[in-house]
Design a binder for this molecule. Structure first.
Ligand code: FMN
Length: 159
């Protein structure tokens, strides 16, 4: 892994996916890029707007990113599950960077359901299968101890 260039790329509306991204990035010692949405999705209004956008599969408008994923050997992509799929901002990023991602790995956080479908949609958008995947529930991240699962995911990336 030390000889591999790794990029951590994620979106987080309310901080759960960010927590996981930071824990993984700390173990990998990799570059990190947070996808920033131009729309204010905070609070209850932001939640409802996001629900509507995800139901309509409306593309998000995201800020330009600083790093080119094509410069990396492995890109680890994290998303919250929205409407049983990948969230709008990550979807937009993957569409914008079609053909520029080499090896990928995915992780997601969700309330309850939709992780497998979200991962499948990410693989379709990336045009390739992930090296490893990690799906965590929100409660596991906020109240539980996800360190074992995060460690196993990192080991799978290193292996
Ligand atoms: C617009 C929207 C849609 C969501 N859809 C789902 C869903 O389909 N399944 C699920 O289990 N959780 C769903 N959730 C809950 C989030 O996936 C979960 O709270 C996630 O951990 C939030 O991550 P974040 O704090 O990084 O934004 C949804 C949340 C939002 C805002």
């Amino acid at each position: 892994m030390a000889d591999k260039k790794v990029l951590m790329l994620y979106y987080s509306r309310s901080g759960t996916t960010r927590k996981v991204a930071e824990a993984i990035a700390a173990l990998l010692g990799c570059d990190v890029e947070e996808i920033l949405d131009r729309k204010d999705r905070s609070g209850v209004t932001g939640y409802l707007v996001s629900l509507k956008d995800s139901a309509l599969r409306k593309p998000a408008e995201i800020e330009p990113v600083r790093r080119d994923p094509a410069d990396y050997d492995l890109v680890v992509i994290g998303t919250p599950v929205w409407g049983f799929s990948v969230c709008g901002p990550v979807r937009t990023y993957l569409v914008q960077h079609e053909g520029r991602l080499g090896e990928v790995a995915f992780f997601c956080t969700r309330m309850l359901l939709g992780a497998r479908r979200a991962m499948r949609h990410m693989a379709e958008l990336c045009g390739g299968q992930p090296r490893a995947v990690l799906a965590l529930r929100m409660g596991e991240v906020s109240k539980g101890d996800p360190r074992g699962k995060i460690q196993a995911f990192v080991e799978a990336l290193r292996g």
